[in-house]
Design a protein. Structure first.
Length: 330
């Protein structure tokens, strides 16, 4: 289902959002009008919204600000540039997490980065689908390696939430909050999500794929298939920011926090996580396979476990076990 070279070239010609005739595109690429038409058909089959108008040609609806390797690299924070071993930029892919997970299983080590303009099977937490329209949002995965096994990773998913919150602030947007373990919210609506997947030895050397989806531009039509309140960063930005700049800032903040986490663990990030806690001192309901409990959310412990006061007893909940929502007031 990948977009071939011709498809990619056509998309770059159409990125300005204007009409281009099949003849003009064909002349630029040195192919026939029929070949252009065939490629456009195949792009449309991949849910890319290209409008065809007899006598005018083709238009990429709304245009596109494609991710650009050079602008991403120029905007990366100097302190973490050498953490990047390889940067993959795809036009479309099943899932950036799946892509790096296969690289990890083939033997790749840390520092692989993958962005895609589109995911055909973007994955969310708890088996959900992550809505991934073409050239609108940011879909990013990072492959990292830890030598101390899964135990070292407790707190990592919360730390990544903090990195995303820092990136949002760096882009000039205030009011970002985190819903345990790592949903990133603005105005109580989901802005970004984090999905960690692991391979290797749970008690020794393990590799982690860190996936982040950040809603940047989301149309009402795209939002229709999202089953929870959502928002997009573009609604809050006070200046026009290129997608590559957003991608670079997000990637930098994640790499910086990974370096910090490797050195000092989660404890150095815990206070900052708590400063973003969307549910602090709220009535919450926690659900796990068929069971529900309610209590008052009281922050997190030193490993990132959620502390909940249930009838006077403080209980700790771990990320993989439960989902949490704000409860009706008792
Ligand atoms: C969530 O449900 O909150 C987590 C969403 C994670 C989505 C990102 S998009 C990039 C990466 N690739 C995927 O398939 N999923 C993650």
């Amino acid at each position: 289902m990948a977009i071939n070279t011709t498809g990619g070239q056509i998309l770059h010609i159409l990125a300005d959002g204007k009409f281009h005739s099949g003849d003009d595109i064909g002349a630029v690429l040195g192919i026939s009008r029929a070949a252009v038409s065939k490629s456009v058909k195949s792009l449309k089959e991949k849910s890319i919204e290209i409008f065809s108008l007899h006598g005018k040609g083709y238009q990429l609806v709304g245009g596109a600000d494609f991710l650009d390797r050079d602008s991403i690299l120029v905007n990366i924070n100097d302190k973490c540039r050498d953490q990047i071993n390889e940067l993959f930029l795809h036009l479309t892919i099943e899932s950036t997490n799946n892509y790096l997970m296969s690289k990890a299983e083939e033997g790749a080590g840390k520092g692989l980065i993958c962005f895609s303009e589109h995911q055909t099977a973007g994955k969310g937490r708890r088996g959900r689908h992550w809505v991934s329209p073409f050239a609108k949002n940011i879909y990013l995965s990072i492959l990292w390696q830890f030598d101390g096994g899964a135990a070292e990773l407790e707190g990592l998913s919360l730390a990544i939430g903090v990195a995303v919150a820092r990136a949002v602030k760096k882009l000039g947007v205030n009011g970002v909050a985190l819903k345990w373990p790592n949903d990133v919210l603005l105005d109580n609506k989901k802005l970004a999500g984090v999905l960690l997947e692991m391979t290797g030895d749970v008690s020794g050397e393990c590799k982690v794929v860190i996936g982040v989806g950040l809603n940047l531009f989301l149309s009402d039509a795209d939002g229709q298939s999202i089953d929870q309140p959502y928002t997009a960063l573009s609604q809050y930005l006070s200046r026009s920011v290129g997608r590559s700049e957003v991608a670079a800032i997000l990637l930098s903040e994640i790499l910086l926090i990974l370096m910090d986490f490797e050195e000092k663990g989660f404890s150095s990030i815990r206070d900052e996580w708590q400063s973003y806690d969307a549910l602090l001192q709220q009535w919450v309901t926690l659900s796990s396979v068929g069971k529900q409990v309610s209590g008052i959310s009281c922050g997190i412990d030193r490993d990132g476990g959620l502390l909940v006061d249930i009838d006077g007893d403080i209980k700790v909940f771990k990320g993989g076990e439960v989902s949490i929502r704000k409860a009706e007031v008792k």
